[in-house]
Design a protein around this ligand. Structure first.
Ligand SMILES: *Cc1c(COP(=O)(O)O)cnc(C)c1O
Length: 476
């Protein structure tokens, strides 16, 4: 167990400070200065600081360390050139309060990214402000709400399938909508009859993910779109699974009115412990005045921030979103160009290859051609004595990040695998072989499998306690 940096502290230890100058804090408002003389800061040499953080980073699992098939999260490779570009001085040191004239390059980049995302989604206007997918959903639901308020219509309900990501109902509920859940049919798709009976003049919107969280394409999407629009409601697209369809189709062609994207999934910017995200939202023409302001525009000679829309839902985030994430996503789009389509093709191919090999050993509740991910069930293994959680823990000892488990909720003992396009066949085979090995281990001796993980920095945690009562403070 690594000691905390506070525990490594030794009185008088420290690094070298090349300046003798005392820093003058008089420019700060005095009320923000702490007069607490007892605050404990660790005293530690430069080398020990380096070792401390290196040790911590070695404990972390990241895409550079191994295969990371976390379903729905699209843990693809983050090209390092993106980082180099985001660190360019003109991007890294730009200040949000600078005048438009001084930051034409940054505004141009944002404008061009908006334009690129319009092409990918088929939407008419984009905001880059939301900081993540869930934040984009909130933005989208706020637009839905304001749209109907402005039209003088009172619509209270948002319909969401039972396979949806938990953020969908959460975002709609935060805007005051009632959630109407509809069941999926035996194919794992939206049940049209259930949809018809849920739809009425109180329906504001339906939130859909396509391909859905089972990795299956909603084949009846055009009929769904027709039914929803017939009732005057809006169709919201959760774009977290955009990596499956880039260049093949887009939410506009499917009839969606509002879309969020996760730049940190589809467009290769780091996520999780790797940094902040971005959840741009696209809308069709009739909704564009509701977008958060400012929208970045171009008048033929200069780029500018436009605050003029009087219907705007306001601001979703301070300033303009996570700018460095936008730089990285734009770099990725330029790097890939029309090869974005190839990325989707390979993501789908990889998932189907893995599904095909693994379904002999694990239950596959929805045995159809999948898109970029698929969902197995560990039910058979659970009956033999080691459940999905045990499989996930066992995988960690073979240097694999576990797949997403116990989601979507409609599959018992769910194991949701998303390989992405950035893996080699050898890497996929290595994971598949390990999964097959684990299935055999469980058949032979489930008790052995339950002992894992043996080699991780922390073995088994009380997951409820860890989530509900994290202890983050150092007390002497
Ligand atoms: C990841 C994800 C979200 C939420 O996105 P965040 O960027 O994590 O906030 C929503 N829906 C689906 C299907 C997702 O996979």
């Amino acid at each position: 167990m690594t000691e905390l940096i506070f525990e490594k502290s030794q009185d008088g230890a420290g690094g070298i400070n090349l300046t003798d100058e005392k820093i003058d804090f008089s420019f700060l408002n005095q009320k923000y200065l702490s007069d607490n003389k007892d605050s404990i800061l660790p005293e530690i040499s430069e080398l020990e600081v380096m070792r401390h953080y290196k040790e911590l980073s070695d404990k972390n699992f990241c895409i550079e360390k191994g295969f990371y098939p976390l379903g729905s999260c699209t843990m693809k490779y983050n090209p390092k050139v993106n980082e180099v570009l985001a660190l360019l001085e003109g991007f890294a040191n730009v200040h949000p309060h600078q005048n438009d004239e001084d930051v034409q390059g940054a505004l141009k980049l944002m404008y061009n990214l908006q334009e690129s995302l319009k092409v990918v989604t088929g939407m008419d206007a984009i905001t880059l402000q939301p900081a993540a997918g869930a934040h984009g959903e909130l933005c989208g639901m706020m637009i839905v709400k304001k749209y109907f308020e402005t039209a003088g219509q009172k619509r209270t309900n948002v319909i969401i399938p039972d396979s949806a990501h938990g953020t969908n109902p959460a975002s709609a509920a935060m805007c005051g909508f009632n959630i109407v859940e509809i069941k999926s049919n035996e194919k794992g798709l939206v049940d049209l009859e259930a949809l018809k009976s849920a739809l009425d003049e109180n329906t504001a919107a339906i939130m859909l993910t396509n391909p859905n969280t089972l990795g299956l394409f909603e084949e009846e999407i055009l009929e769904i779109s027709r039914l929803v629009h017939e009732k005057g409601a809006l169709l919201y697209y959760d774009g977290a699974n955009m990596n499956a369809i880039m260049g093949y189709t887009n939410p506009r062609l499917m009839g969606f009115d509002i879309v969020h994207l996760n730049l940190h999934k589809t467009f290769s910017t780091p996520h999780g412990g790797g940094g902040p995200g971005a959840g741009p939202v696209g809308v069709i023409d009739k909704l564009k005045d509701f977008l958060p302001s400012p929208v970045i525009k171009y008048d033929g000679s200069r780029y500018f921030r436009d605050y003029s829309s009087k219907y705007s839902i306001g601001k979703m985030k301070a300033f303009y979103g996570n700018f460095s994430v936008l730089v990285k996503a734009y770099a990725y789009i330029l790097l890939m160009g029309s090869e974005l389509k190839t990325a989707s093709a390979n993501a789908v191919l990889n998932a189907n290859y893995m599904m095909h090999r693994l379904k002999e050993f694990y239950n596959l509740p929805y045995d159809r051609k999948c898109m970029h991910e698929f969902v197995l069930s560990g039910e058979k293994q659970k009956e033999q004595g080691a459940n999905t959680l045990a499989i996930a823990k066992r995988l960690m000892d073979s240097n694999f990040h576990p797949p997403t488990v116990y989601f979507p909720l409609i599959v018992h003992e769910a194991i949701m695998i998303e390989p992405t396009e950035s893996e080699t066949k050898a890497r996929l085979d290595d994971f598949i072989d390990t999964m097959i090995e684990i299935a055999k281990e469980i058949e032979a001796n489930p008790q052995e499998v339950l002992k894992h993980p043996l080699n991780t920095p922390v073995r088994k945690v009380d997951e409820t306690l860890a989530a509900r009562k994290p202890d983050l403070a150092f007390r002497k």
